[in-house]
Design a protein around this ligand. Structure first.
Ligand code: SF4
Length: 479
């Protein structure tokens, strides 16, 4: 385990302004903290047997609800900028074959976990979930509904690619009980779209967005990316204006990580127009934050936004936001059961990932085994640090009680996180935190560098993360 005291906090540039020097100072590699510890620190010694044991532990607590995730990796074409686990195909039969295995995986998990477990939410991610035909989607939902208790109150969400969506398909998703739909947009400017290999006319985005509104989706979301080629402040402003006019309930605005040596498809990106400096890239993000927060959205976590009337924004005001593999949530289920190749879940105190290689994932299931490729047993210390990291990241405060010792945790006392506390005290002196009697509060300046604050609570850093893991060699929220 890494000793944080061995890595004292270097003083930042004087003053409290957002300057190029300050952004450069905090621009350090770091995780996005969808999981803790981050996936690069999980062990490949964890496999199927461990997962079955974890499912068995969860079976012993049948009242505990689950969140469900299904990864659907298929896309009609590969976008040049994409960093996702995606498989390009034009054959519907490939999806049928995949669903055969997802059904087998669901069956094998439920055999150990128990049938009919209450679900709080279901999310379909990709790839492109709307690559499935209506019949394939009905088949998948039918299988999930047969295995879990998925009542009408369950929050059902999916990501879609507007380029292959139709208004009729969007209406059908609503009829199938989906309540939340996220449209991939990235940027609306044609030159930016050409540079990243994803042509998506603004009129098409508007048509599908409008169809989702008319279909009665309670929540319609958009995904943007900043730091793309030729995305100058003027160009980005046009996208931001269009998004404000559409008024999605939630937004994400992710940083583009250009890593062609790790993601060969990115060699197709026209890199000549990429931001020339960390400050230029940061300024694009700042532009988005200022635009959205002044137009009625709350800034959630690192790079999400929710309309002030949205339940996520209410949860932030009431300091009860949580974070999990799927993003920010109001109510965290004790278990996240995930299906599909590369899917990430957490059950019975263990985090697991399925094999990301489609062929290997299929062959393992065909052999009657669960395709777990790596995982991590969460220790009492992991759980405490994760709670502190997620509370700080989601609710922008840290109760000091989360840094205290825990008597009797795991059979012996869990020590206080004194070194993390000292590091956070130093950040308070440098203006990123405000110290109250019983908590730290993130300041307006610290808001931009909340990931750096979370990193002080991380016992697995500052080991150098493998380049490209969790989103690229520069992990700072700002650039
Ligand atoms: S960006 Fe989305 S649609 Fe494009 S290849 Fe990646 S997963 Fe598929």
């Amino acid at each position: 385990m890494i000793d944080l005291a061995a890595h004292p906090v270097a003083p930042p540039p004087p003053g409290l302004d957002l300057t190029p020097e300050r952004v450069a100072h905090y621009n350090r590699p770091g995780p996005r903290y969808t999981s803790y510890p981050p996936i690069p620190f999980w062990s490949e010694k964890i496999g199927e047997e461990d997962y079955r044991e974890a499912l068995g532990r969860a079976r012993a607590a049948p009242d505990e609800a689950v969140a469900l995730y299904v990864h659907l990796p298929f896309c009609a074409e590969r976008c040049a900028y994409c960093g996702c686990n995606a498989t390009v195909t034009n054959r519907a039969s490939v999806v049928d074959d995949y669903l055969d295995r997802v059904e087998a995986e669901i069956g094998a998990v439920v055999e150990t976990l128990g049938r009919g477990r209450r679900a709080l939410e279901l999310h379909l991610g990709g790839g492109t979930p709307n690559f499935l035909t209506q019949g394939q989607m009905e088949r998948l939902l039918g299988c999930l509904e047969g295995a879990f208790s998925l009542g009408p109150e369950v929050d059902r969400s999916l990501e879609i690619d507007p380029r292959i969506a139709t208004p009729a398909q969007v209406r059908a998703f609503r009829t199938l009980g989906f309540t939340r739909i996220s449209l991939g947009v990235q940027d609306m400017d044609p030159r930016v779209q050409e540079a990243i290999g994803r042509i998506q006319p603004e009129s098409l985005t508007r048509e599908i967005f409008q169809a989702a509104r008319e279909a009665g989706f309670p929540s319609v979301n958009l995904d943007l990316v900043y730091g793309l080629p030729y995305q100058t402040p003027e160009v980005f402003q046009r996208t931001l204006d269009a998004v404000v006019e559409l008024r999605p309930d939630r937004l994400s605005c992710f940083s583009y990580a250009h890593l062609p040596h790790l993601r060969p498809n990115q060699k197709q990106v026209d890199a000549r127009g990429l931001p020339a400096s960390a400050w230029e890239k940061f300024s694009l993000f700042r532009q988005a934050v200022e635009q959205f927060t002044s137009a009625g959205w709350s800034w959630i976590g690192m790079d999400h936004f929710a309309l002030e009337s949205d339940s996520l924004a209410r949860a932030l005001r009431e300091r009860r936001l949580h974070r999990n593999f799927m993003g920010y949530v109001e109510q965290a289920a004790p278990h996240l059961v995930a299906f599909g190749c590369s899917a990430i879940g957490e059950v019975g105190g263990m985090q697991v990932q399925s094999n990301p290689k489609l062929g290997a994932w299929q062959r393992t299931l065909d052999a009657g085994r669960l395709p777990v490729i790596r995982g991590h047993h969460l220790t009492p210390e992991d759980l405490r640090r994760r709670e502190a990291i997620h509370h700080l990241l989601s609710n922008l405060e840290l109760p000091l009680s989360l840094l205290d010792a825990v008597p009797g945790a795991g059979g012996s006392d869990l020590p206080a996180l004194d070194r993390a506390r000292k590091a956070l005290e130093a950040h308070a002196e440098h203006g990123l935190l405000r110290r109250h009697d019983n908590r730290f509060e993130v300041t307006e300046l610290g808001r931009w560098f909340v990931r750096n604050l979370c990193m002080e609570l991380d016992a697995y850093l500052p080991v150098t993360l493998p380049a490209g893991s969790s989103g690229g060699p520069r992990f700072s929220m700002t650039v």
